[in-house]
Design a protein around this ligand. Structure first.
Ligand code: NOJ
Ligand code: NOJ
Length: 617
């Protein structure tokens, strides 16, 4: 429904976009790589910084590919046509910022902290924007799926409301709020973060029991991913509130009921991802895998009630889900049942003809890495009749029972699990171009990247996979305290109250001044075919005024309405210089902009990105 049937497979040429990236010092050679299992660690190490810069390139206002996005607005992708993802989605942004908060906490990268503050300030404002889903007054507007890059409402037809957004956003903000509290900034957690979180929690408490569109924006019903995200939000929201002397009584009253409802998606063999709707599908959907990785709790056991990654139900689901793609994608042909395959959204998917996605294939790996952590923490693996077929597929002699970590069976099982999980990453490695650019999908027959280029969420899914593989753990959300299921489920609701969050006065956190800034030039210059726009200037990085050495700008985001040429160079902070744009014709002749020269001083600050935005003159 909606755009699904209309979308063509016309692609933005990935090569054009890639050629604009600054030289990738850590790029790896292309060529067949899947069989070189030993290279996986090396590839992951190289792909990590590429993924982080891939995210930040799509973040306004200074990201390299974010011209037109306001401060704190994260684009889903820079792709403006086929498909047009030049918007900000509440879901994508929340999942990505949860990733960035965890990265900030584990690395101490203070540039990231500044981006996080900008994101939260922008979300406070977005909550107040009235939109086709409604407004803040009764909370309904909080479930609007996407907004314009300027932060205004998107008023076209769409699958709305999407009720996962407020839950996921509160989870991202709480992760940062906890850091603030742990680092002596309780006032910022209370006065800036909590008012935004509180609106989202109130929303979940009021509307969780109403149907809405799933994360793929297609099915109007109840979605496992949404319910799981909502449950986590209220459990964690309640303890976060308590930690700053607040309460969330609606969290406490509704969370057990959401948990009760969550059980209803299990059909005895796997999770039926969309219920209370008639999709005509099997229900096997990466929706469920994503729910599990985003509600992983390192302090929980293999709990079926919260569908932890190592739970028997979630392992059985992993097998049902991944097996469903074995025969439908040509690139999976001939892969043994014991080995990883490319994973899509769901078997019946027709979007771009239905292909594997990077983020769903990486999810299959991440669930297993997190499960491995949970087994190692527990010190044993219990194979039940529910999880037996999962284990037998990767370790033929597996049998039901409990295997202590001292046993040789435990060693065999965990080693098979690690190899199997690595296989999913190796699939992604195989179908990632040498530049490291991650689109949304890769072709089911050829493996070529497809659909939106530089999908922000794809990059984040790589980072969360790598963190899980390296045992870099997210904080607990209290799953271990949330496993009791009420004996009767009730379709309840707690009416919320909503107040605009207006405080965005962040403290000036200590931060590290950067020495080199990635400076992006944006210029609106209407051109005709055969013409190219360059930037040239007084510093060596800009060719020292020599047109032959000018920096060629890219036009892959050029539209008639926004004739954008852009490109990026690395320059030392504090550098003052002059510059101009020039145009070269196909015969090589050069047209300079009119006088005077433009001038700019690269800021000396803790931010790694800066940009200038000009109009050709
Ligand atoms: C693009 C994507 O969101 C896709 O998942 C969806 O099917 C269509 N739009 C329709 O909403
Ligand atoms: C389509 C996906 O189906 C949806 O989950 C996502 O939010 C949008 N694209 C934007 O990336």
């Amino acid at each position: 429904m909606f755009l699904t049937m209309l979308v063509t497979t016309l692609l933005l040429p990935v090569s054009t976009l890639i050629s604009l990236l600054p030289p990738l010092t850590n790029a790896i050679p292309s060529g067949p790589r899947l069989d070189k299992r030993a290279d996986l660690d090396t590839w992951i190490a190289a792909q990590t910084p590429i993924s982080l810069s891939g995210i930040l390139a799509n973040f306004g206002p200074s990201g390299m590919k974010a011209y037109g996005a306001s401060t704190g607005i994260l684009l889903a992708s820079p792709s403006k046509t086929n498909p047009d993802y030049f918007y900000t989605w509440t879901r994508d942004s929340a999942l990505v910022f949860k990733t960035l908060v965890d990265q900030f906490i584990s690395t101490g990268d203070t540039d990231l902290q500044l981006q996080i503050d900008d994101y939260i300030s922008a979300q406070a404002k977005l909550q107040t924007v009235s939109n086709p889903s409604g407004s803040l007054s009764n909370g309904a507007g909080l479930a609007e799926p996407k907004y314009m890059p300027t932060g205004s409402a998107f008023t076209g037809d769409w699958g709305r409301p999407q009720r996962d957004g407020p839950a996921l956003r509160s989870t991202a903000l709480i992760a940062y709020g906890k850091w603030l509290i742990n680092n002596g900034y309780t006032a910022a957690a209370t006065n800036i973060v909590w008012p935004v979180v509180q609106n989202d929690l109130q929303y979940v408490g009021q509307y969780w029991n109403q149907t809405g569109f799933d994360l793929w924006e297609e099915v109007n019903g109840s979605s496992f991913f949404t319910t799981a995200a909502q449950h986590r939000a209220l459990v964690e929201g309640s303890s976060f509130a308590a930690s700053i002397g607040q309460t969330c009584s609606n969290c406490d009253s509704q969370a057990p009921q959401i948990r009760c409802f969550l059980q209803q998606y299990w059909n005895g063999q796997y999770i039926v991802s969309n219920i209370n709707t008639n999709t005509g599908r099997s229900g096997k959907d990466a929706n469920s895998c994503l729910a599990s990785i985003h509600t992983f709790d390192p302090e929980a056991g293999c709990d079926d009630a919260t569908f932890q990654p190592c739970s028997p139900k979630m392992l059985a689901n992993h097998k049902a889900l991944t097996d469903s793609f074995r025969s439908v994608y040509a690139i999976n042909a001939g892969i043994a049942a014991s080995s990883a395959v490319a994973v899509g959204r769901y078997l019946e998917d027709v979007y771009y003809n239905g292909n594997p996605w990077y983020l769903t294939t990486l999810c299959a790996a991440e669930q297993l890495y997190s499960a491995l952590y949970q087994f190692n923490t527990a010190g044993s693996i219990t194979i039940t009749s529910t999880s037996l077929s999962f284990w037998q597929a990767i370790y033929a002699s597996a049998a039901t029972g409990t295997y202590a970590s001292s046993s040789s069976t435990y060693t065999s099982l965990t080693s098979a699990l690690k190899t199997y999980a690595d296989g999913y990453v190796a699939i992604v490695q195989k179908y990632t171009p040498a530049s490291g650019a991650l689109a949304e999908q890769f072709d089911k027959s050829t493996g070529t990247p497809l659909s939106a280029v530089d999908l922000t969420w794809s990059y984040a899914s790589f980072l969360t996979m790598a963190a899980a593989r390296n045992n870099v753990l997210p904080a607990s959300w209290g799953a271990a305290t949330a496993s009791t299921i009420p004996s009767t489920c009730s379709a309840s609701s707690a009416t919320g109250s909503y107040t605009a969050a207006t405080n965005t006065a962040w403290p000036s956190f200590p931060c590290t001044t950067v020495s080199t800034v990635q400076l992006t030039f944006n210029v609106l210059a209407t051109t005709s075919s055969g013409q190219n726009v360059y930037v040239v200037g007084s510093i060596a990085e800009l060719g020292t005024w020599n047109p032959t050495n000018a920096i060629k700008l890219g036009a892959d985001m050029y539209t008639d309405g926004t004739p954008l040429w852009y490109g990026s160079v690395k320059v030392a902070a504090g550098t003052a210089f002059e510059y101009k744009y020039l145009r070269k014709e196909s015969d090589g002749s050069v047209t300079w902009e009119s006088d005077p020269n433009r001038s700019f001083t690269v800021p000396t600050s803790c931010r790694k990105d800066a940009s200038v935005s000009d109009n050709w003159r």
